[in-house]
Design a protein. Structure first.
Length: 182
């Protein structure tokens, strides 16, 4: 990766979905900076996903910043699909980092590592990187232990119980009164 950019240091563009994901993306950026360019100053350009989605002028400004960046870090919830305006903006950004022989890093939150390649955000960001001709890397940030969902059979059964009564009102029982649905 070329660390020579328009200023002295390594320029990085971070796009984040939440405050937590933004903080984790900055931590990742500093770790990567120490490994890739330990003697370089990191020049961060940080953009909110919601601002990119709602304000086209902000999206254009972010894409312009990407022309000088070597690294694009996108920190999002892995289970969500990215809105069309965000996809377009990220594509422009990925094309911008190509000039610096850059890379797109997907930092996926709220998913399990084993589901990484199955989540919508991963597929979308990988495709953006491929179309732009830049390298693609990903990292899964799993929830802390105290926020992990309980996947035990008992917990799944408890979560399913509230839905059972709804199913019973919609679907007739075998041999029961079928006129309810008419």
């Amino acid at each position: 990766m070329n660390s020579e950019t328009h200023s002295s240091g390594l320029d990085v563009l971070i796009v984040y979905e939440s405050v937590r994901s933004g903080k984790r993306a900055k931590e990742l950026c500093h770790r990567l900076g120490q490994q890739l360019a330990p003697d370089c100053k990191l020049n961060l350009s940080v953009w909110s996903l919601s601002a990119l989605q709602l304000l086209p002028t902000i999206a254009r400004a972010a894409a312009s910043e990407a022309d000088h960046a070597a690294l694009l870090i996108v920190a999002v919830n892995g289970d969500k699909t990215l809105p069309r305006p965000v996809k377009s903006c990220l594509h422009w950004c990925a094309c911008g980092i190509r000039a610096a022989d850059g890379a797109l890093v997907a930092q996926l939150h709220g998913i399990l590592k084993m589901n990484e390649e199955l989540c919508p955000a991963y597929g979308c960001l990988r495709q953006i990187a491929q179309h732009a001709g830049v390298r693609f890397f990903s990292e899964v940030v799993e929830l802390p232990e105290d926020e992990q969902p309980d996947y035990s059979l008992e917990a799944i059964h408890e979560r399913a119980q509230p839905n059972t009564s709804l199913v019973e009102t919609i679907l007739p029982r075998p041999g029961g009164d079928k006129r309810r649905l008419l």
